[in-house]
Write a protein that binds this ligand. Structure first.
Ligand SMILES: Cc1cc2nc3c(=O)[nH]c(=O)nc-3n(C[C@H](O)[C@H](O)[C@H](O)COP(=O)(O)OP(=O)(O)OC[C@H]3O[C@@H](n4cnc5c(N)ncnc54)[C@H](O)[C@@H]3O)c2cc1C
Length: 379
């Protein structure tokens, strides 16, 4: 049986980018459970793949900031854009922040496929386990055993099982004795306690808000849904929230006390929000929707809660809806400069299987690509 120089486990974003940057002189296999590669890339960003962001720094990630900072210094947002453009993919910027494929995520998938053509792609191969015998790795798959000198685990997180996702990467890490943080759903909608059930009645409405969660302030649109709350700002909130309170500023660009001062109008008509939402917020903070001039001292005090509506979500929508997983192989188990296991020589981990998770907005692909290139360069 031939022994590959490198086997990449998983033909997703990080695995393909790693393969694309590995030397053509190496004998490489990419092992993928699905009948085609990059299924998450395909559906991401509504089919147009939010590749990266105009602002990228280690502070946009939950995880080891030094590790992220180093990976970004090796393959930054600008390096990624140059790589794409040099290969004929010119992304467009939406909302002044998000880089998307112009027409379809196929643009980036085709690029990655063509740049990793020197790797043998083994489709419909489910990875079952990985062992190391006398310095050689033995990979058991549903189609038999493969051998390699080096292995890159790029099997991603376990959300969206329907796309082939699994926690095999964590199982492999644990089998080799590496410490991991179990996966939990992230970039996912949040469910509500009965006290906030008023939000469910606003299903379909959205508003630009600021949310404070732990020491982060996140700014984007929030969507009210049947099951709870969602939308970009909530998905990012879910990355940093585990339990406890979050705080919403429903009117981040206004000062409520200045708005009502001297006004003869009804309070709810002053909010730059859908009327139904304005009324529901007033109801939630126990202020009667009346003419501003009728507001008393107590009302004015309560009105301040428009900028700081505080509550504890109940939970989240779960793995089936989560765009990513928090958790993964602990960075303390890896050499920061190579993403190689400190204990198991020639075993590397990249992408979502590492305990690094980005906010919503292209950060997870940026991490997948940066970590993939970092690893390829060291191999
Ligand atoms: C609906 C959705 C939309 C998203 N949109 C965006 C977006 O717009 N921007 C962004 O930055 N991020 C987005 N993400 C997150 C992003 O897709 C992931 O963070 C990224 O794909 C992680 O890259 P990866 O290479 O680590 O894992 P993946 O891309 O998931 O690749 C892992 C590969 O391993 C394979 N695999 C898993 N288990 C096995 C096994 N047992 N045997 C063989 N193969 C296996 C999988 O089939 C998969 O192909 C989105 C995710 C989802 C679910």
């Amino acid at each position: 049986m031939d022994i590959y120089d490198v086997i990449i486990l998983g033909g997703g974003a990080s695995g393909l980018m790693c393969g694309a940057h590995l030397s053509k002189d190496l004998d490489i296999a990419i092992v993928e459970v699905n009948e085609r590669v990059a299924k998450k890339l395909k559906i991401s960003g509504g089919g147009k793949c939010n590749i990266t962001n105009t602002e990228v720094s280690e502070r946009n990630f939950d995880g080891d900031e030094e590790l992220v900072e180093y990976a970004l210094s090796i393959f930054s947002r600008d390096d990624l854009l140059s790589f794409l453009e040099a290969n004929g993919v010119v992304p467009v910027v939406r909302k002044n922040r998000y880089y998307f494929c112009k027409d379809s995520s196929d643009e980036i998938i085709n690029l990655l496929k063509s740049r990793s053509k020197h790797c043998q792609t083994l489709l419909n191969h489910e990875i079952v386990k990985l062992e190391k015998k006398d310095e050689i790795f033995e990979l058991t798959t549903s189609k038999g055993i493969l051998k390699a000198k080096k292995v890159v685990v790029a099997t991603g997180g376990k959300s969206f099982k329907s796309l082939g996702a699994s926690d095999i990467g964590l199982k492999i890490a644990k089998d080799f004795g590496l410490k991991v943080k179990e996966f939990t759903p992230a970039l996912v909608g949040l469910t509500l306690q009965p006290e906030q059930s008023w939000m469910k009645e606003l299903s379909g409405l959205s508003a630009y808000v600021h949310i404070r969660v732990n020491d982060k302030i996140l700014k984007e649109d929030m969507l009210f849904a049947h099951k709870g709350i969602s939308g970009p700002v909530i998905l990012s909130t879910s990355l940093y929230w585990q339990k406890g309170n979050i705080l919403i500023d429903f009117l981040p660009n206004e000062n409520i006390l200045e708005l009502v001062q001297g006004s003869k109008k009804q309070i709810s008509s002053l909010f730059n929000l859908p009327k139904r939402l304005s009324k529901a917020i007033l109801n939630a903070i126990e202020v009667e929707d009346k003419e501003c001039k009728k507001l008393n001292k107590e009302d004015l005090e309560k009105l301040k809660r428009v900028h700081s509506y505080e509550f504890a979500p109940a939970g989240n929508f779960g793995f089936t809806k989560a765009e990513v997983c928090r958790g993964g192989v602990l960075s303390s188990e890896l050499n920061r400069y190579t993403l190689e296991s400190l204990d198991v020589k020639n075993l590397h981990f990249i992408g979502e299987v590492v305990d690094v998770t980005g906010e919503l907005g292209g950060y997870n692909f940026q991490w997948a690509f940066s970590s993939g290139v970092l690893c390829a360069n060291t191999i």
